[in-house]
Design a protein around this ligand. Structure first.
Ligand code: NAD
Length: 258
């Protein structure tokens, strides 16, 4: 699968899953815009991939002006946007009554407003170029099922499936596809932070959080890796027709089976 001549705009690509997707896309021949709220980390990720292949741009995906400016800078640098990976995300875990309204709104803003704002800016370019494109949303197994302590995350990740299905329909006449990737637990900073938090809230050891909460329902007790997710992201980006659109693909060691 090749992405030669393609340009990808990947949010949250300074760390974890997004960073691996950016690297996989460059290996497949794409140029990549690494858009992240963390400017220093975005610049570091871009320079690791090579200055002619990647650019780091500071952007908070919840801020419309910053998203518009980042997409414009990506187009000015590499000439187009063919692929959007809306991946930036955070996690906050509490029982519902301990969530502040501000935390709830922050979670929905990063995951859903971020997807909306980046979609809007990238779709405009995909239509203008006449080349179409691929919209990829980073969902989760939590786009399919729920876990305790994660009300806003589960709500937002389910919401991405609705946006994806809508974009599959709106995008089809313009050769724009939309799909969701739904990973199981991946060892990134986002997950590492949750282990002690969940141990404290649930009153169990950190080892038990991993074995009996995170990986309990997998077929083999294994974490999904950033490389696993990047392979799926490559497939969705490179797939050449509208035959594969409006889908959500779970990559989770069998934690959730369709
Ligand atoms: P991560 O913490 O390693 O990386 C997230 C990146 O997003 C960071 O670089 C961070 O700076 C950036 N970011 C945060 N808020 C931002 C904002 N407002 N604007 C722009 N960038 C912002 O996390 P990760 O595990 O790689 O998560 C990436 C995505 O994958 C998230 O959407 C997450 O929900 C999803 N996901 C993760 C897992 C997992 O187990 N790690 C599982 C399923 C889905």
């Amino acid at each position: 699968m090749t992405l030669t001549g393609k340009v990808a705009f990947v949010t949250g690509a300074a760390s974890g899953i997004g960073r691996e997707i950016a690297a996989e896309y460059v290996r497949a021949g794409a140029k990549v815009v690494i858009a992240d709220i963390n400017q220093t980390a975005a610049d570091a990720a871009a320079s690791e991939l090579g200055k002619d292949k990647a650019i780091g741009i500071a952007a908070d995906v919840t801020d419309e002006a910053q998203v518009e400016a980042a997409v414009a800078k990506g187009i000015a640098t590499f000439g187009n946007i063919d692929i959007l990976v809306s991946n930036a995300g955070i996690q906050i875990v509490h029982p519902i009554e301990e969530f502040s309204f501000a935390e709830w709104k922050k979670m929905l803003a990063i995951h859903l407003d971020g997807a909306f704002l980046t979609t809007k800016a990238c779709v405009r370019q995909m239509k203008k170029s006449g080349k179409g494109g691929s919209l990829i949303y980073m969902g989760s197994v939590h786009s399919k099922l729920a876990s305790v302590l994660k009300a806003p995350y589960v709500t937002a990740k389910h919401g991405l499936i609705g946006l994806c299905k809508t974009m599959a329909k709106e995008g089809a006449p313009h050769n724009i596809r939309a799909n969701v990737i739904c990973p199981g637990f991946v060892r990134t900073p986002l997950v590492d932070k949750q282990i002690p938090e969940q141990a404290k809230t649930l009153g169990i050891s950190e080892a038990d959080v991993v074995k009996n909460v995170f990986l309990k329902e997998t077929v083999d007790g294994e974490f999904t890796t950033t490389a696993d997710v990047a392979q799926v992201a490559l497939m969705f980006a490179a797939f050449p027709t509208n035959a594969l659109t409006g889908q959500s693909l779970v990559v989770s060691h069998g934690w959730f089976m369709q």
